[in-house]
Ligand binder design. Structure first.
Ligand SMILES: [Mg+2]
Length: 207
């Protein structure tokens, strides 16, 4: 199972929250409009947005603890998956160290494939996990697992999840977000969800 982090495991997009806090809603909206219109790739947008954030790693984590909530059903879900031999991996275009700390504090220990950052005081510099236009080709991880004969499930909510939704044999899309509209418009079979409790009962039934 490949699971997006921001907006999927958390209620809000943590990277967006950091950027909005640094530059204000107006600049955030103008950068986001360039992405939506296709003038900038997600990779370019992430790089540009990161350059505006000046918090230290500790400050960023403290800010996110006050801003974002991890789905309380995620830790029990990971436990239920593990008992059934299902491997859960987080795939994100966000910042690996921040995601790992956030998950650790929520009592979750799963592998995290994500980008990295240099937390410089004059603006962060992103280091991307691959060369893709999204700054992280989540579909590649799904393809690799399928090629190894695995049954793949993808769980996500946003633009960076579109390509992976095409590759996975089963897809869960957060209700009311971009991935749900995308799957609906392209007839990609998916199950909408609001909490990992629903995914747990959809996949594993009652304990
Ligand atoms: Mg997301």
């Amino acid at each position: 199972m490949f699971v997006d982090f921001d907006g999927t495991i958390t209620d809000v997009d943590t990277f967006d929250a950091l950027v909005r806090d640094a530059v204000g809603d107006e600049i955030w909206d103008s950068i986001d409009a360039e992405l939506a219109a296709g003038y900038l790739t997600l990779r370019e947008v992430l790089m540009l947005q990161a350059s505006h954030i000046t918090k230290s790693e500790a400050e960023a984590i403290a800010f996110l603890e006050a801003t974002a909530t991890v789905d309380p059903a995620f830790a029990p879900f990971v436990g239920a998956a593990r008992r059934r031999g299902v491997e859960v991996c987080v795939v994100s275009s966000g910042i690996g160290p921040i995601i790992r700390t956030t998950l650790e504090r929520a009592g979750v220990d799963v592998p995290v494939l994500a980008n990295d950052v240099d937390f410089a005081a004059d603006g962060w510099t992103m280091t991307f996990i691959d060369e893709s236009a999204n700054g992280h080709d989540k579909a590649a991880a799904v393809r690799e697992a399928r090629a190894a004969g695995r049954l793949t499930v993808f769980v996500g909510d946003g633009i960076s999840d579109f390509t992976a939704a095409h590759e996975a044999q089963r897809c869960f899309a957060k209700a009311g977000r971009a991935l749900e509209s995308y799957c609906r418009a392209r007839n990609i079979p998916f199950t909408p969800f609001t909490s990992f409790a629903e995914i747990e009962s959809a996949l594993f039934g009652c304990e």
